[in-house]
Design a binder for this molecule. Sequence first.
Ligand code: PLP
Length: 380
Amino acid sequence: MMTTPTSPTRDASTDDVVRDAPAYIKAIAPYQPGKPIEEVARTHGLDPARIIKLASNENPLGMPDSARRAAVDAMAEVARYPDGNGFDLKQALAARYRVPAEWLTLGNGSNDILELVARALCRAGESIVFSEYAFAVYPLATLGVGARPIVVPSREFGHDLEAMSDAVTDDTRVMFVANPNNPTGTFATGDRVRRLLERVPSRVAVVLDEAYTEYLEPALRYDSLGWTRTFPNLIVSRTFSKAYGLAGLRVGFAVAQAPLTNLLNRVRQPFNVNVVAQAAAMAALADTAFIDRSRGLNRAGLEQLQAGFDALGLRYVPSFANFVLVEVGDAAAVNEALLKAGVIVRPVANYGLPRWLRVTVGLPAENAAFLEALAAAVRR
Ligand SMILES: *Cc1c(COP(=O)(O)O)cnc(C)c1O
């Protein structure tokens, strides 16, 4: 027979354990993810199959078939722990990007990489520099180790890289730079990023977060991975969540010189990337045709969305990624109207942008349905 607890229920919010938790943890505002399809279906009485989710910068093509087959095959292995060193995936990444395998750190998504950097390099009370309107995980990673965020005002919705290097103080340990940036979709040229690296003191780690790099047109690419040879304080992070279509499996990686990589791996959970994820990422990495298709579809989708915004007379930030930030006025009300119409996009008030929505590029029909619902929502 099961025993039931006999002691009276106590409220953890007033209990010693919560009261004595670090103030810097209690000050963290929780991350607000895009609404799940099932939740919107339930709340608005809609058929989940008809809901369009353009909220989390996922690949509208889904995962590559090559990765699906690899993932299904790898299911046979899940009774065993994964390879904690990710040998095969690191070999594949090293060959593809021409970097030593010892310079690679695998992460449970690149989100994991951002947290490893903060934990490995920053003491409580030291500072981390990032931009206004940058990725929401930077403040979380900073506050999570008790560090002090130095938030540099954005310039035309992008990073003001000159001001960011000027903002470095004696206790700065890390700088986060997203390129292209989320949620604004802005891009800094390789020349400007390289000049930043030349200005920042070598005691400050620069995390160049390139989650959307696969969407850049070839003419805009720059050799950030090659720069890791020149700059021992550079950490380039990439992900399989966006163009590679594996957001749900959680795989990202970082490239940095071996001494820095060794530090990151000391605070890494030994088995942070699971068996299925490692196998699927290897297959996806080899599937260059899928990436080319994704980039082409995205380019057309960006044009479709931005032309739609022009037609509605809405201001937007021209995007280099797989989403667009658009100014709609009362974004909370427009978002509600979109949800009722079965379209999920991302409000960005938590980024300090209460008049804007961020919409991910979908399939052509999804973009069209969104634009139609948006037209009705802003006309009201
Ligand atoms: C989506 C995103 C990431 C990473 O996501 P993971 O799924 O954790 O790899 C990292 N940086 C930026 C700027 C992003 O938009």
